[in-house]
Ligand binder design. Structure first.
Ligand SMILES: [Mn+2]
Length: 475
């Protein structure tokens, strides 16, 4: 045996638990015995005898005397766990353990109230003691298990409800994004259906180049729908969107799974709406895990990419659930394919829009505003606003353009204390739709209403107006 192997062998963690209650001893033995070399010290001989069948090493001795611990060979390498039970203060026990040379000392509260005075005294006299509470330790896993079984019940309900349908429509919002498409695949998986019995569809298909790239690389087909085609399905589920979005076209559905704020104006037999989640795929990851459905590499890859893209790589509106889903999906997904989907996001069309922003833009301090004139799609405006934030001196970008008869204004900032959503609401909500988050917002106003309020849609005029509004808001 080499010197190092010897060191390793003797450094195996030894643990002594000082307990007075049978239940606590049995619990700790079950929880720790497989991974730790654990022994118990009790004061009551009868208790020690009762625990004979528990297959644990029990010592009997006075827990308030240093000699007890010296005899048990307690030292700096021993973890000592002291049960804080009943009315007796653990102070003398803790002092005896410390005087025997132990440095890894834990006080385990098993549920009896500890007075603030006692806690204060222990903190002052024995600052090296780590306090643990059995309640806190249990909470995480117990709450997790209960949450999982409630999710399982919910999923099984909608699975049964949709089981006898011939054709299920999984309806996505217009211009579906990665979260919408991946949620479609995940739900199809959960319903144990194929692409002929669960159709992923949208009224307006995918247009953004990176979303088209995802659809192509993962072979995701989004069926184009019109008003008549809804009649061909006997069940409808919406994912990453709620039925009110379709403006009365779809007012009654069978299932809604979404992470946007809950909205009224429709009825659904089943719904799971969690606005604090960063993506719909996070909710669906929990559903898949709760019922133990196998997740194919294709679905896992789509979902991983969706979570990354909806949370801007876990940087926006991310909660513990998103991180957990990410960690779960990562080993199941094809990482090389995710990298390929992310790509550079640059196309000739977008480059031309950036060039226009450079030509027409105005810089004022850390603010960059630009007007792009008529453009084919909204995402070109968003892309330029995001691109401009990469410029060293810029922390706010406001980019406008005209898309199909609307003036669209896209705002981005680097998490400024001032709220992008409030900026667009303040100046545009009276003439169109306006809203957003602290760091990203959008306003859309019909040309005639924009003209009524601001006078003209001459490109220079729009640029000057928007720049002035933004400067005034930021001042
Ligand atoms: Mn989403």
């Amino acid at each position: 045996m080499s010197r190092w192997e010897h060191d390793f062998a003797v450094s195996t963690m030894k643990c002594l638990a000082v307990c007075q209650e049978e239940l606590v001893i049995r619990l700790l033995a079950r929880a720790l015995a497989p991974s730790l070399d654990i022994e118990f010290l009790v004061e009551d001989r009868l208790l020690a005898r009762r625990l004979k069948d528990a297959d644990v090493t029990i010592h009997v001795g006075d827990s308030r005397r240093v000699e007890t611990y010296v005899r048990l060979d307690v030292g700096p390498g021993t973890a000592v766990l002291v049960e804080e039970a009943g009315r007796r203060s653990p102070k003398r026990t803790l002092e005896a353990i410390r005087d025997a040379g132990a440095t890894l000392v834990y006080l385990l509260n098993v549920g009896y109230p500890s007075t603030p005075k006692r806690q204060e005294m222990l903190r002052a006299r024995l600052p090296e003691v780590t306090r643990l509470s059995l309640g806190d330790l249990l909470r995480g896993s117990l709450a997790g298990t209960l949450h999982l079984s409630m999710t399982r019940a919910r999923v099984q309900q909608y699975q049964r409800y949709l089981a006898d349908a011939d054709r299920v429509l999984i309806l996505l919002h217009n211009d579906p994004d990665p979260d919408a498409m991946a949620s479609g695949l995940a739900l199809r998986n959960l319903l144990h259906r194929t692409k002929t019995t669960a159709i992923i569809g949208a009224f307006q298909g995918v247009t953004r180049p990176e979303n088209l790239r995802m659809a192509n690389l993962l072979d995701i087909h989004v069926e184009p729908l019109n008003h008549q085609s809804l009649a061909q399905f006997d069940r409808i589920a919406t994912v990453d969107v709620q039925p009110h979005y379709f403006g009365g076209l779809v007012s009654k559905v069978d299932l809604v799974i979404d992470h946007h704020p809950e909205r009224p104006g429709y009825s659904a037999a089943f719904k799971d709406i969690r606005p604090n989640y960063g993506s719909t795929c996070t909710i669906l990851t929990e559903h898949l895990r709760a019922v133990g459905v196998n997740i194919s590499e294709r679905t896992a890859t789509a979902m991983l990419y969706a979570i990354k893209s909806d949370t801007l790589f876990l940087s926006r509106q991310t909660n513990a659930g998103d991180l957990d889903a990410f960690r779960f999906l990562y080993p199941l997904a094809n990482a090389a394919l995710v990298r390929k989907m992310e790509g550079s996001e640059t196309t000739v069309e977008r480059l031309q829009c950036v060039a226009e922003a450079v030509r027409s833009g105005t810089v004022g301090g850390t603010l960059y505003t630009a007007h792009l004139g008529h453009v084919a799609r909204e995402d070109l405006i968003t892309h330029v606003a995001e691109f401009l934030l990469q410029v060293e001196e810029i922390t706010w970008s406001v980019v406008s353009g005209i898309v199909h008869g609307d003036v669209v204004v896209s705002v981005r900032n680097l998490g400024d204390s001032r709220h992008a959503g409030e900026f667009v609401k303040g100046d545009f909500s009276d003439i169109g739709s306006a809203g957003g988050h602290r760091a990203m917002a959008k306003a859309v106003a019909p040309i005639d209403r924009f003209t009524q309020k601001f006078g003209s849609i001459d490109p220079e005029r729009i640029q000057a107006t928007v720049h002035e509004l933004a400067e005034r808001f930021l001042r």
